[in-house]
Design a protein around this ligand. Structure first.
Ligand code: AMP
Length: 172
């Protein structure tokens, strides 16, 4: 089920889509998105819909990130824009794109997760839909963003912890 998340982007007629609930399988000791946020922190870079693509490029470069949540108030999710959107539009629209507003190239139907969702489900969403970034929304407000890099890091940390436990067990 993909439901519209209440209060997110509705004033703009834009739908933010919550994580589809699926069959759950045990993974990483049942890690939740909130665990990932605790590890990485909840800083989210946002950009306004009326900012220019050129300003967006500055943000991506300055913060060394690949996507920015589009939000006019820093709390509601109005869209998401990644380096892929810029590349695609540069190819079709040409260099004039740099002066265009971010709202023109962003993806308006944003798939989000809540802090209580499982990392397992997020991983499936990223794989199936080919997103590398997913905003985290709690109580109708943007609280974090999780990237594929964060997911991979958590996976590796988990595997290493499990390996260390097994090694200790075998050696004891
Ligand atoms: P990415 O892999 O995150 O660089 O994004 C690839 C494409 O998917 C771009 O067109 C993004 O605007 C879009 N996109 C990225 N993340 C999301 C998301 N959470 N919900 C909807 N679209 C997204």
């Amino acid at each position: 089920r993909c439901g519209a998340a209440p209060g997110i982007g509705d004033s703009h007629g834009i739908r933010a889509v919550g994580l589809a609930r699926r069959r759950r399988r045990p993974y990483g000791r049942g890690m939740r998105i909130s665990d990932v946020i605790r590890r990485k922190g909840g800083d989210v870079i946002t950009v306004r819909t009326d900012a220019s693509v050129s300003e967006l490029l500055s943000l991506l470069s300055e913060h060394k990130i690949g996507a920015v949540v589009v939000s006019d108030d820093g709390e509601s999710v109005h869209g998401i824009v990644s380096e892929r959107d810029i590349v695609r539009h540069l190819h079709t629209d040409g260099a004039g794109l740099l002066d265009a507003p971010v709202g023109q190239i962003m993806t308006a139907e944003v798939h989000t997760v809540s802090p209580d969702d499982s990392l397992d489900d997020l991983e499936s969403m990223m794989t199936e839909r080919r997103f590398r970034h997913v905003p985290v929304v709690g109580d109708g407000k943007l609280v974090a963003i999780v990237s594929i890099g964060d997911v991979v890091k958590n996976r590796i940390d988990d595997l290493q912890a499990e390996r260390d436990q097994l090694r200790t067990y075998i050696q004891s």
